[in-house]
Ligand binder design. Structure first.
Ligand code: HEC
Length: 193
């Protein structure tokens, strides 16, 4: 009886693993060719797993960001953060201003946090898998004078803290200086106010 159960459990495990693999498979040659249906399918496949992963080490942002305000209607591939599907959430302090997607004179309040989850696309391996959670926190210019008051951070898909070089992130984000270093999601996927 016990042996039968063990075999059944092993079978269920392998069946589960196989279907998880299949639903993360991709057929396109380029991440930019993923259409909305394919992206929705990958979210169905990996969405819960990625949130569990970011929360696995108890990180506060990693454990709570999914309850924040979604800034976009669906995940989208942008390009600057690698070939990844991106989806940004804004915490309560950030949401009102962030979701205006304003282009001039933006000054986010201290305490604003933006968390951007990602699904990495390997067209070589024909597979998608959870990518890092990218985080920006407005701490103010006293604490972060060299990055206009922003602290950049990241979590690996297993919830472990990533080593992040502040200048690496900010040197690119400062391209959007009049938007307080925020780049915003791809236009057609922004939540309309
Ligand atoms: C080569 C340019 C570039 C670099 C380097 C870069 N980013 Fe970004 N980042 C972007 C762009 C473009 C977006 C908007 C992409 C989207 O959501 O579609 C973005 C969006 C974000 C957002 C969502 C808030 C926003 O700007 O709208 C966070 C959080 C973020 N990046 C964190 C990081 C962190 C942390 C690093 C360093 C580890 C980093 N970024 C490095 C270009 C960059």
């Amino acid at each position: 009886m016990i042996r039968k159960l063990a075999i059944a459990a092993a079978f269920m495990f392998f069946a589960g693993a196989a279907s998880a693999e299949d639903c993360a498979a991709i057929t396109v040659e380029d991440a930019f060719d993923l259409d909305d249906a394919a992206i929705a399918g990958l979210y169905e496949c990996l969405g819960a797993k990625m949130a569990e992963g970011y929360a696995a080490e108890g990180d506060e942002v990693g454990s709570t960001y999914r309850s924040w305000t979604a800034s976009q209607t669906a995940g989208a591939v942008q390009g600057a953060h690698g070939k990844r599907i991106l989806f940004t959430y804004a915490n309560d302090i950030a949401a009102e201003q962030y979701l205006k997607f304003a282009e001039e004179g933006v000054d986010m309040p201290v305490g604003s946090v933006l968390a951007k989850e990602s699904i990495s696309i390997s067209t070589k391996k024909k597979k998608a898998r959870p990518g890092p959670l990218f985080i920006m926190t407005k701490v103010g210019t006293d604490e972060a004078p060299e990055t206009d008051g922003w602290l950049y951070a990241g979590l690996q898909p297993n919830g472990k803290v990533m080593k992040v070089k502040q200048s690496f992130c900010h040197d690119c984000h400062i391209s959007w200086e009049s938007q307080d270093a925020l780049a915003y999601p791809v236009e057609e996927y922004r939540v309309s106010q």
